[in-house]
Design a protein around this ligand. Structure first.
Ligand SMILES: [Zn+2]
Ligand SMILES: [Zn+2]
Length: 467
């Protein structure tokens, strides 16, 4: 149950909240074509495209498909070549955002980050709606954040209509533990760099473009700086890029098995990653020894976790590399566990339902070998895509996920409405606007004002006032 919070909310935590609340988006930005975003609270993805973009993408897909059917007949023009590059850029953007979804589903660090961010929305919703129920309102210029009323003396009671949520102080101090050192890069790269670096490399695999990073879909150092750090630790440069990237991803994977708590040790994933990078040479040694073993004994016992269908298409050389890498995963895990204790996964109905839906389709997201199977055997890359499609289908189902997502979206727009730095989404007619008067006077069905009135039975012009 919610603990009762009066005006005793820590002002230090409220300052943190004001700095971070609007910051729940992970981006993949292209230099000129696409901007993709992953909204961690709603697990939703957006990739900006125009009709013209979609036409180019369709042309590329048609061509690639035709070429698959008949190599001779598919003639590549300069124009088509541009469409194909464009298509790969689009896929890299989209798959980058899907990689963030994978992180939330599979890794304790992200599960808890997601949880505290959705808890914060629930708390903001409870505070705002209770305030309205008590006859209160927000004043532009005076209040810039939904929780601003909590310490201003205008809000004296918080008894949530939402059961089982955290107290504001608990939620904010946990979120702060996550974000305090988020951008701190005194070790050469930050936690944020590690998160983005992992998503970036996954996206290269999922788009079947591991060797064409030159497409430059993601501008900015934050997508490559962690990989560059890792790469600088090799004394033997003879490992193929694909295997380097896989090794990098497994260092990330085991780094995010830990999460910060109590505001201390908040850079655990970064420390774990650095620790594993110091072991690169010994890991390469393990790979080489394993490879020799598998080359001389091709009928060696198979790791039951390996996708056998995928493996059946590999040649002898590839097969021994794959088997060697799967064995290395166990070695990395054992060493990582000695460095830091792994966190338990988050036991939450939403995460549980996504995991069990996937499990019915044979995908065990929390299994440590799943990432390797998915990336080594690219025909399986639909896995994250299908999970996302499932999420979106649920969104369309009024009895399921939908209301929750719509509600979170609604609260996020209220956050923006009150904040002078943000544009909020009004409705299908007015779209995003910085003009609060447009939103407050809008009567469009399904719009922000319409939603506000439905929830509070008051007109939005009485809820948000001008000074
Ligand atoms: Zn990202
Ligand atoms: Zn409108």
């Amino acid at each position: 149950m919610c603990s009762k919070v009066t005006n005793g909310i820590s002002s230090e935590l409220l300052d943190f909240y004001r700095g971070e609340v609007l910051n729940g988006i992970l981006y993949a930005q292209s230099d000129y074509d696409f901007k993709g975003a992953f909204f961690i609270e709603t697990l939703d993805i957006e990739v900006d495209t125009t009709d013209d973009d979609l036409e180019k993408i369709e042309r590329a897909i048609d061509f690639l498909y035709a070429r698959k059917i008949d190599k001779e007949k598919a003639v590549l023009s300069d124009d088509l070549q541009l469409c194909i590059e464009f298509y790969y850029k689009y896929m890299q953007s989209r798959n980058h955002e899907l990689a963030h979804l994978y992180q939330v589903i599979s890794l304790p660090y992200f599960q808890f980050y997601w949880f505290y961010r959705t808890e914060l929305i629930r708390l903001e919703a409870a505070v705002m709606l209770k305030h309205f129920e008590n006859g209160g309102n927000y004043i532009f210029g005076k209040h810039e954040y939904l929780l601003d009323i909590v310490d201003s003396g205008e809000f004296s009671e918080f008894s949530s209509s939402i059961n089982e949520c955290l107290s504001i102080n608990e939620c904010l101090s946990n979120l702060r533990a996550y974000l305090d050192d988020f951008h701190k890069s005194d070790k050469g790269f930050s936690l944020h760099d590690l998160i983005e670096g992992m998503a970036h490399v996954i996206s290269l695999f999922l788009s079947d473009t591991p060797d064409v990073d030159y497409l430059g879909i993601e501008v900015g150092e934050k997508y490559t700086v962690a990989f560059d750090y890792f790469n600088s630790k090799f004394s033997d440069a003879n490992l193929e890029l694909r295997w380097k990237q896989l090794l990098f991803l497994y260092y990330c994977y085991f780094s995010f098995q830990t999460y910060p708590n109590n505001g201390f040790e908040s850079n655990k994933p970064v420390d774990m990653f650095i620790f594993l990078c110091e072991k690169i040479d010994s890991h390469i040694e393990v790979l080489k020894n394993n490879k020799r073993k598998y080359s001389s004994k091709p009928g060696h016992d198979l790791n039951p976790a390996i996708d056998t269908e995928g493996l059946s298409h590999a040649n002898k050389e590839q097969r021994s590399s794959i088997l060697s890498f799967f064995d290395l995963i166990d070695v990395i895990e054992a060493e990582a566990r000695e460095k830091f204790e792994f966190s338990e996964s988050l036991d939450h109905p939403k995460i549980r339902s996504l995991l069990s839906w996937s499990e019915q389709g044979g995908i065990l997201w929390e299994n440590k070998y799943t990432l390797a199977n998915m990336l080594i055997f690219p025909s399986n890359y639909q896995w994250i895509e299908s999970l996302y499609e499932y999420l979106m289908r649920e969104k369309g189902d009024e009895n399921a996920h939908s209301n929750e997502v719509e509600f979170y979206n609604f609260i996020m727009q209220c956050r923006k409405l009150i904040n002078p730095m943000e544009d909020a989404y009004c409705c299908s007619v007015h779209h995003y606007t910085s003009k609060s008067s447009v939103i407050l006077n809008c009567a469009t069905r399904g719009g922000l004002s319409y939603f506000l009135k439905g929830l509070t039975e008051r007109n939005s012009i009485d809820l948000f006032l001008y000074e």
